[in-house]
Design a protein around this ligand. Sequence first.
Ligand code: ATP
Ligand code: MG
Length: 427
Amino acid sequence: MSELRAIRGMHDILPDETPYWQFLENTVATVLASYGYNEIRLPVVEKTALFKRSIGEVTDIVEKEMYTFDDRNGDSMTLRPEGTAGCVRAAIQQNLLSTARRLWYTGPMFRYERPQKGRQRQFHQVGVESFGVATPDMDAELILMCARLWQQLGLTDCVELQLNTIGSVQARGAYRAALVEYLQGHVEALDEDSQRRLLANPLRILDSKNADTQAILDDAPGLEDFLDEEARADFSQLGELLQVAGVNFVVNRRLVRGLDYYNKTVFEWVTSKLGAQGTVCAGGRYDGLVQQLGGKATPAVGFAMGMERLVLLLQEEKVATNGPGIDVYAVAVGDEAYRMALAAVERIRGANPKLRIMQNTGGGSLKSQIKKADKSGAHVALIWAEDEVAAGSVTVKSLRESNGERIEQRTIAMGELEQALRGVFAH
Ligand code: ATP
Ligand code: MG
């Protein structure tokens, strides 16, 4: 039988990584709540048509990255490659758009890409969407919220904010025509992807990672010359608001984003510490999408963060998390000691819900249990053996330093145990 392994690009997240995930997820939830955002939970599978209509037929995602299959009824389904489409679908279907809404969600996304560091086939995003506000104070709030999150995560110094405006649909149309005209004079020199995109989705060429293509773009007409007044005014107001709030940014005129539905503000938070996969968070305004998917015209703006890349950054930056493992290991030698320990440990857990206590199971000699206690990574072992049972006491043994202190081994009355533990784990 061939070995059963996980699918390429779909990863197990192991116990020594999950503390980073939990730290990230908890911090995200706290920061988003502090700005008044509410969580929404959405299906992982949607009708294929939803993604085709929202993301756009001529995008990397729809053209070549979607996990699409027919269900047993012959209907075409797709594992969600991103969250905005499903969130907009739900907001329309559930009538959430009669008032302004600030929503967020998290979960796995699926894209058939070439796996590499920071790029997987199953990956995780946190997405944030704000519906019903057209003014740039909303864009500013989202960006401020990201900045607050980086601060809480200890990542402020590793990320840079890049901003652009891509204007109204009309402005983009005019620019698109000018860009195509210019690039048609240089077709031969463009990379293959860009040649293909020239007629279908030429703005994406600005995004090309190919150096020759980028050199040709140096003399191309610039989007900024085609922008409408409203987009210009909104963009400069956004810039002012960010300045007032003390958030630094750089304007990147070639930032266009990969999905069709964006307009006006687009932004990315980029790090130089993860190699080629440097964008940890990306978003922008998409005022046309709700109507395009059958809802009433509703302005919207949102972003998505790549959780794997943020976890890599946290690890890279050695950001302290509440590591895996346990605080206390309870050793009991013999049946009577075990019963005494069981009752005591349960009592301690009840009184200290955050203390992590592992009780030895499967018996064993004092020596072998102490060995297991040591290996467990616990700071303290509590020992119940023959003497302790006879005296109604417990021995507290330090296994490693805790808060810079190492307590001596001592035997105390059971009644003093609570107090002794509090001394060791005074956070
Ligand atoms: P990229 O240019 O890196 O392919 P994208 O424009 O396709 O990114 P978005 O659709 O905007 O990405 O998704 C938002 C964020 O989700 C990205 O900035 C990135 O952090 C993360 N992300 C996207 N695709 C992947 C993937 N395959 N694996 C891991 N993270 C991803
Ligand atoms: Mg991509």
